[in-house]
Design a protein around this ligand. Structure first.
Ligand SMILES: *[C@@H]1O[C@H](CO)[C@@H](O)[C@H](O)[C@H]1NC(C)=O
Ligand SMILES: *[C@@H]1O[C@H](CO)[C@@H](O)[C@H](O)[C@H]1NC(C)=O
Ligand SMILES: *[C@@H]1O[C@H](CO)[C@@H](O)[C@H](O)[C@H]1NC(C)=O
Ligand SMILES: *[C@@H]1O[C@H](CO)[C@@H](O)[C@H](O)[C@H]1NC(C)=O
Ligand SMILES: *[C@@H]1O[C@H](CO)[C@@H](O)[C@H](O)[C@H]1NC(C)=O
Ligand SMILES: *[C@@H]1O[C@H](CO)[C@@H](O)[C@H](O)[C@H]1NC(C)=O
Ligand SMILES: CC(=O)N[C@H]1CO[C@H](CO)[C@@H](O)[C@@H]1O
Length: 471
């Protein structure tokens, strides 16, 4: 059936494509041709299918599916897709995409060498970049710069500070704490991680995951370590050993993580299925220490209190609750505090960075809410509510509101408003500033990250481009 489908619909489709989409055939496709239905084909059809295989045209289908996931290209090729899907009548675009996903090569389990995606022989440059990363991770002076509105307006975006860093939609970002070199990591929908020295031309791409990289942080204890999480695995890219280690591998889909202690040896990991797990990097193996049912249908983000590290917050369907990790057990967990009022799914919930006395959440009910968590009472009070269009739709990553790590009272969030902008709010709900640039910023930046000590903001869009606003 599958092969018939491929034969009937993909092949004519491929004939419509530009040569740039044609490539060589991945081995996995050979297996596909053994699938059901092959036997129903006539000898001629079988021969023809074989020819198609040998002509290695299927790879184009693979490429095509990758391209399709990138909203930038969807309009351009959707006409071709429609033409191809039309004769099938009842095959939806999503079914087709699911089918094509079967062909995507999987990243193997276990440690992976830190070698870049083939970028046409600039591996020496990658060496240099990794050396830079190592060097800037050795000495760290973190100064707290408190900036006000003047500083915000002095941060601008210019053409040379926009770069395509990963292939597809940006799902997570991390910024190295170095003050001398601006070094940014972006994770995308396909499992790529791009590393970019902002003063340099190109980015360097690695593929340590096969699923969206939904969460990423440089270790606060040792920024030579970049931790990245996708659906099935939490990895630690250790530049000193040039390897992406595997810290945790799970059958349950992983959504997010955060470090429980300053030395980053343990982490809390959220599962799409609702549970949270404790991972200890010192214990051998890649399974978690404890998986705890916290009564959630979904856990999207987890965040550890910046001062009282025994508290962590989980946010999911409509629930946002704070728990005490010391009392976590596999079942029957009761929250220390609940942040109530959300009427739809919550995309993120984060503690304010210095004292943790505020929490900002983003909810699909089109509201940003700030809670008072200074005295962890059973129900946290809402301090302010901001109406905020969050209707990012299918092609954009959902918005997350993140605190400026240098301040207690101000957070940054992507926006659907035009002209395109990234908004900064005070905890009172007042809009402090909108980062925009009529010439250079023409797209929504769903994912943003702010430098821990400098006035630098980076926004990532849905085609893998990063935009750096700086003084
Ligand atoms: C298969 O390829 C061979 C050589 O390229 C060609 O002669 C033959 O006609 C093709 N058969 C079909 C069924 O397309
Ligand atoms: C992402 O940003 C770049 C540069 O600003 C822009 O050219 C591109 O169209 C944007 N992508 C999308 C999907 O809007
Ligand atoms: C959809 O297409 C398949 C294959 O052509 C066919 O077997 C099935 O009956 C169709 N379903 C509907 C609801 O038309
Ligand atoms: C990165 O940028 C800095 C300047 O900010 C430069 O000294 C360094 O050589 C650059 N290149 C690499 C490969 O790290
Ligand atoms: C994550 O992986 C599981 C299997 O491990 C799969 O069922 C699920 O659809 C995946 N989710 C996403 C968002 O890719
Ligand atoms: C990390 O911190 C925890 C608690 O503060 C401590 O028990 C543990 O030994 C530390 N680990 C390392 C490697 O320093
Ligand atoms: C009130 C409202 O329309 N909220 C929308 C916020 O965005 C999500 C998608 O991210 C929509 O599903 C909601 O309808």
């Amino acid at each position: 059936y599958v092969s018939l489908f491929v034969y009937k619909y993909i092949e004519p489709l491929l004939n419509n494509l530009d040569n740039q989409f044609r490539g060589s055939l991945p081995r996995s496709l050979g297996c596909l041709l053994q699938a059901d239905g092959y036997s129903q084909l006539s000898a001629y059809e079988r021969k023809r299918l074989k020819n198609i295989t040998e002509n290695a045209k299927f790879f184009a289908a693979l490429k095509l599916h990758e391209v399709c996931m990138d909203s930038e290209h969807v309009l351009r090729i959707s006409g071709v897709w429609k033409a191809a899907i039309h004769p099938i009548g009842n095959f939806s675009w999503f079914e087709l995409r699911k089918l094509l996903l079967l062909f995507q090569p999987q990243v193997p389990a276990g440690p992976l060498p830190m070698v870049p995606e083939d970028q046409g022989g600039n591996s020496e440059l990658t060496e240099d970049l990794l050396t830079t990363w190592m060097r800037i991770s050795e000495v760290l002076l973190v100064k707290l710069v408190i900036f006000g509105q003047d500083m915000l307006t002095s941060m601008v975006l210019s053409e040379e500070n926009i770069r395509k860093v990963v292939k597809y939609r940006v799902c997570s970002m991390a910024i190295h704490p170095s003050e001398s070199i601006l070094f940014v990591a972006a994770g995308d929908k396909s499992g790529q991680i791009g590393l970019w020295n902002v003063s340099e031309e190109g980015a360097h791409v690695f593929v340590p995951h096969s699923d969206p990289v939904s969460c990423m942080h440089f270790s606060p204890f040792n920024p030579a370590h970049l931790l990245s999480l996708s659906n099935d695995t939490l990895r630690c890219g250790d530049v000193t050993r040039a390897v992406f280690d595997e810290i945790c591998r799970s059958e349950e889909s992983l959504s997010s993580f955060d470090f429980l202690e300053d030395n980053a040896s343990t982490a809390i990991v959220g599962h799409w299925g609702g549970n949270v797990a404790i991972v200890d990097r010192r214990t051998p193996g890649t399974s978690s220490e404890l998986s705890a049912d916290i009564g959630f249908k979904r856990t999207r983000t987890v965040h550890v209190h910046p001062v009282n590290k025994q508290y962590f917050m989980a946010a999911g369907s409509v629930d946002v609750c704070i728990y005490d990790v010391r009392h976590l057990k596999s079942r029957g967990n009761k929250p220390v505090s609940s942040l109530k009022g959300h009427t739809k799914s919550v995309a993120s919930a984060y503690f304010s960075p210095v004292t943790g006395s505020r929490v900002v959440t983003v909810c699909a009910d089109d509201k940003l809410r700030v809670y008072d968590t200074s005295s962890l009472s059973s129900t946290a009070a809402v301090l302010s509510t901001v109406r905020h269009n969050n209707n990012t739709g299918r092609w954009l990553t959902r918005f997350q509101a993140i605190w400026d790590p240098k301040r207690e009272d101000c957070f940054v969030v992507g926006s659907m408003a035009r002209p395109r902008q990234i908004e900064v709010f005070q905890d009172t709900g007042k809009l402090l500033h909108s980062f925009s640039n009529l010439d250079c910023l023409g797209s929504v930046c769903s994912i943003n990250v702010v430098h821990p000590s400098k006035n630098i903001l980076v926004g990532g869009n849905s085609s893998g481009r990063l935009h750096v606003f700086k003084e």
